[in-house]
Design a protein around this ligand. Sequence first.
Ligand SMILES: Cc1cc2nc3c(=O)[nH]c(=O)nc-3n(C[C@H](O)[C@H](O)[C@H](O)COP(=O)(O)OP(=O)(O)OC[C@H]3O[C@@H](n4cnc5c(N)ncnc54)[C@H](O)[C@@H]3O)c2cc1C
Ligand SMILES: *[C@@H]1O[C@H](CO)[C@@H](O)[C@H](O)[C@H]1NC(C)=O
Ligand SMILES: *[C@@H]1O[C@H](CO)[C@@H](O)[C@H](O)[C@H]1NC(C)=O
Ligand SMILES: *[C@@H]1O[C@H](CO)[C@@H](O)[C@H](O)[C@H]1NC(C)=O
Length: 473
Amino acid sequence: MRTMAFLQVPAVLLILFAVAKTAAEQVVHTDVAIIGGGASGAHAAFRLQEDFGKSVVLIEKQSILGGHVDTYFDQQTGRIHDYGVQVYFPYEDALDFFARLNLTLLPNPPRAANVARFVEFSTGKELADFRPLDSQRGTEAVRKFLALATDKGYDKMTQPGYWNLPPGDSIPEDLLLPIGELAKKYSIEPMLAAMYPSTGGGVGSRGDFNNVMTLTLMKSFPVAWIRAFLNDIEKFHVEGGNQRLFDTIAKRLGDSVFYDAVVTAAQRNETGAYLTVEKRNGQKTIVVAKKLLLAVQPTLENLAPFDLNQQERSLFSKAKYGRSHTGIISHSKLPNATTLRNMPAAAVQNPASPFLNTPFVLSISHYGGTSKLYSVGASGSDYGAFNEEEAQATVRSALEKMSEAGTLPNLEGEPLRVVAWSDHEVGGLGVSAGDMRDGKRSTWFTGGGVAADFTPILWKFNDDLLPRMVEKM
Ligand SMILES: Cc1cc2nc3c(=O)[nH]c(=O)nc-3n(C[C@H](O)[C@H](O)[C@H](O)COP(=O)(O)OP(=O)(O)OC[C@H]3O[C@@H](n4cnc5c(N)ncnc54)[C@H](O)[C@@H]3O)c2cc1C
Ligand SMILES: *[C@@H]1O[C@H](CO)[C@@H](O)[C@H](O)[C@H]1NC(C)=O
Ligand SMILES: *[C@@H]1O[C@H](CO)[C@@H](O)[C@H](O)[C@H]1NC(C)=O
Ligand SMILES: *[C@@H]1O[C@H](CO)[C@@H](O)[C@H](O)[C@H]1NC(C)=O
């Protein structure tokens, strides 16, 4: 069971007790070593230290905490743009955490009142005949899905983690259906087009959004999020920008955070975890921890240093993730007060199917008013490829095509200005219905936990997990 949970959960726990080993490197003993300082890892580190009186070492490969959070301050307009994680919504009492950190949450203002223009970015052609699916129909279909999920208890089975999912063959068949089939079964097909943009364009679905298993979709489109999506509950951001959340946690954790650091080797056994931690500058530290909490995506690459056994290795290689990027760009030929939304030409005939082939730029959207800035998101299929350079090249190519096709004016050789950029690396829907059915199904599910991938839900997942973890210390 534990091993299976380890498989799926973004924040994963391994129960181990440490025996120190002398080495030439500096040796640090700690109660819990946490790998990854995003929403899950930073929250867990803070709570373990403040609420459970545990010593922690938080190992983060970047130079700041925060993971998918990215905040940019626009000097020209004085506006703050969160261009990674943008919204926090109420889920149980999760948002109380902000008050503990003395941070103020403000309601998110309505999105800039942009005009939408639909353009096939791969050809640059504007789809003048495209009529988007009536947004009312999309919303109604999503609302029906919400009713279905809550009536049948799928929300409780999947939130905050998948702890309460029935074992193996008792998993409701609906959850194992590709969402395309589920939508057909309940005549709620318009929900797919409505959900698509909020999943970053089905990151990880490899252009095959319809084939994402419902259970997997509910990780990126969980029931708690649907309420916020439908505006049944309010959405918030941190006053001063969402990065302040993590800067506040960082201050409180002080030297317990190892920045620019990764684990390069590890030994795990029943008594502890013995980690070699290497900083970007080459400095090595041995961290001896009673327990290890993994708060990174469970890819083979991330887990390689943790001496996986054969079973773990084969299970981890199952998941297929995508890679996404978000950024802020500027170019004087981009239109004001406009969102350029990438739409395949085939969607003119079938607006219920706005799904794009990877890699793609989902949209380019003006920040409104006198801003010279545009937000942009791009997705690729394979997390091993589609790096920052390729993602930006995809944006550049879209602009050039649009200019050639007359959708945008002549660019006059003006280069695209990348004002801020964030590689969100591994993420997304990842696993097709076929993969999940393939042999390892009960293993995948009986272990329990895939946490729904939204910050407030991840925090409640931690609130469940941490007491179990310290109880055994
Ligand atoms: C573009 C985008 C927008 C989103 N918007 C929202 C939103 O508006 N609201 C919302 O609630 N959720 C949003 N999400 C979902 C988001 O994934 C979760 O809210 C949350 O940030 C995930 O936290 P995490 O700790 O699981 O992972 P992450 O935030 O990814 O944190 C993982 C951390 O581990 C570090 N790391 C990775 N590998 C290693 C390694 N090998 N060693 C050491 N450190 C490592 C990373 O640098 C990162 O800091 C968004 C996601 C994306 C990609
Ligand atoms: C929040 O403010 C209170 C009162 O000033 C202070 O005691 C507490 O340490 C602050 N919390 C954090 C996390 O900074
Ligand atoms: C666990 O691993 C540590 C570090 O490698 C080692 O010193 C210790 O002897 C091991 N304990 C057991 C019970 O194998
Ligand atoms: C956008 O508006 C600004 C004024 O806010 C103007 O200077 C600029 O030329 C406009 N850009 C385009 C492409 O129309």
